[in-house]
Design a protein around this ligand. Structure first.
Ligand code: NAD
Ligand code: UDP
Length: 311
């Protein structure tokens, strides 16, 4: 197949490009590197089936030839990144989604939207099933991301209903692994980076807030399975095991054998207190569930961070 991926030089996008190339597909990756890294796709660029286009997907783009699948992954995704680029985040979630849907429509390709658990905001229901409509502050600092993704979901369904575009929509829960930027500010990257460099481990608030961490290979396996299932979503993909942020810090310290200390920092505004996916729909539809434990996934990620720090 010929497959288009926006945001393909980012953390998850680069894993997906790699997997699709491995399955002998042709991959056209579009990225403007606002939060991605050229090094993520440096190795892939040697593959004759891989094309990298440096382009801002909020602006129109002409792709020659046919396309079978269009994936829209472009968007700043770490709170640190989207707080730095609130308008660009809104634009890529709305205008960027519109452009990618237009490409899929014109090529009669299947469209895939990478949405997020952030559409549930600070949830009052746990675990979060797809039927939960969420608890989002529409004018808070995180709204540039949450509302952009909610608009992207609405656009995806509008194209499905009005133009019969064959669409897929997932809500990704906290995913981690190699090829995350060391300084992306997300909790896993921060803690590993801090532990390996002997800095204090920064716990925001009391560390009792929870997240459920999915290893990237598990997520990508779920995405590929979903493309062959006739269901327009939304579909939660993530790991159903919930940890407090303090527990995560303790695990990272133990696995890195670090002497770093935990320090408390202010909790950012509207930081969700809990997050855990109800994945029963994905289990039933795809026969999928994550298989990599947090310890195992952290070990792979720590190995990657060590290698990057010594390069
Ligand atoms: P990332 O920041 O590593 O990747 C995003 C990529 O999109 C980057 O390479 C960036 O340069 C590119 N991009 C951003 N705006 C662009 C634009 N206007 N034009 C072209 N390229 C642009 O983040 P990630 O963790 O790989 O996230 C990828 C997608 O998955 C995002 O849409 C994000 O919302 C979603 N997601 C990720 C997680 C997670 O835990 N990693 C959770 C929920 C949703
Ligand atoms: N967090 C933390 N210390 C850090 C970075 C993040 O305690 O150095 C917390 C953050 O407040 C949130 C959780 O870890 O409660 C996950 O944050 P992240 O930025 O990874 O993404 P989120 O899940 O909030 O989108």
């Amino acid at each position: 197949m010929r497959i288009f991926i926006s945001g393909g030089a980012g953390f998850i996008g680069s894993h997906l490009c790699k997997k699709l190339l491995h399955e002998k597909h042709t991959v056209i990756c579009v990225d403007n590197f606002i939060t991605g890294d050229k090094r993520n796709v440096a190795e892939l660029s040697k593959n004759k089936n891989f094309t990298l286009i440096e382009h801002d997907i909020t602006k129109p783009l002409q792709i020659d030839g046919s396309l079978d699948w269009v994936f829209h992954f472009a968007s700043p995704a770490s709170p640190k990144d989207y707080l730095q680029y609130p308008i660009k985040t809104l634009k890529v979630g709305t205008l960027g989604t519109h452009i990618c849907l237009g490409i899929a429509k014109s090529k009669k390709a299947k469209f895939f939207m990478a949405s997020t658990s952030e559409v549930y905001g600070d949830p009052s229901v746990s675990p979060q099933p797809e039927e939960y409509w969420g608890n989002v502050n529409p004018v808070g600092p995180r709204s540039c991301y949450d509302e952009a993704k909610r608009a992207a979901e609405a656009l995806t369904f509008a194209y499905n209903r009005q133009h019969n575009v064959n669409t897929r929509l997932i809500r990704i829960f906290n995913t981690y692994g190699p090829f995350m930027r060391l300084d992306d500010g997300r909790v896993v990257s921060n803690f590993i980076h801090q532990a390996l460099t002997g800095q204090d481990i920064t716990i925001y608030g009391d560390g009792a807030q929870t997240r459920s961490f999915c290893y990237v290979d598990d997520l990508v396996r779920g995405i590929i399975k979903y493309m062959d299932v006739d269901y327009s979503g939304p579909l939660n993909l993530g790991a159903p095991f919930e940890f407090t942020i303090r527990e995560l810090a303790e695990k990272v310290i133990a696995l890195t054998d670090s002497k770093s200390h935990l320090v408390s920092m202010p909790l950012p505004q509207d930081d969700p207190k809990q997050r855990r996916p109800d994945i029963s729909k994905a289990v039933k539809l795809l026969g999928w569930e994550p298989v990599v434990s947090l310890e195992e996934g952290l070990k792979y990620t720590i190995a990657y961070f060590k290698q990057r720090l010594s390069a």
